[in-house]
Every structure is written in C-alpha cells, then in structure tokens.
Unconditional design. Structure first.
Length: 100
C-alpha cells in the first residue's frame, strides 16, 4: 500500500483482502497504467527505503502484478498470498528473511 501511495501518483488506491480456505490474499489496486514486472531492489543494509517488495518476497507464499481487475478498469494490481502449510491447524510457516 505504501509503495502505491509513494510511487504511482494514483489519486485512488483500493485494498482488497480475501480469506481463502488455506490462507489469505491481499490485493492493492492503483490507477497507474504501467503493469510492468516488479522486482525487489538490491538495497544496502543502511538504506532507509526499498525493502517493501523484498519483505513481500520473503513473507508471501506467492505474489505478482497484473492489470487492474476492478470496476474502474484501468491501472494495475499488486497481490500476495500467505497460506497455511500445516494441514489446517492455523499455524503459518516461519518466513526466511535474508540478511543483506
């Protein structure tokens, strides 16, 4: 959500959360037309910015970007999913965050 506010200049940003049978899916929609592939930046340990997608990659089971699929019909969406991998006991996996 912060990346959409900071980097798109979009006047409208929407957040959607969906509870799945085995986890959750979060989608952020913005009006920025470009839906190019996004990648986590190679940031230094002392950097004050640039870790948003790095955290998404580390914590999410899956994530991506695509054309907006909301009623306004323009822009893009960035989404991620976090799923249980425990057979349904409610415990989520422990994320691995790389030390850069």
């Amino acid at each position: 959500m912060t990346d959409a506010v900071t980097h798109t200049g979009s006047p409208t940003i929407d957040l959607e959360t969906v509870v799945l049978h085995d986890g959750v899916r979060v989608v952020v929609y913005d009006d920025h037309a470009a839906a190019e592939p996004l990648a986590a930046l190679d940031v230094s340990r002392d950097s004050e910015h640039g870790r948003g997608l790095l955290l998404v990659q580390a914590l999410a089971d899956d994530w991506g970007v695509g054309p907006a699929a909301h009623p306004r019909g323009k822009g893009k969406n960035v989404w991620f999913e976090i799923r249980r991998d425990d057979g349904g006991t409610g415990i989520y996996r422990t994320p691995t965050i790389l030390d850069t």
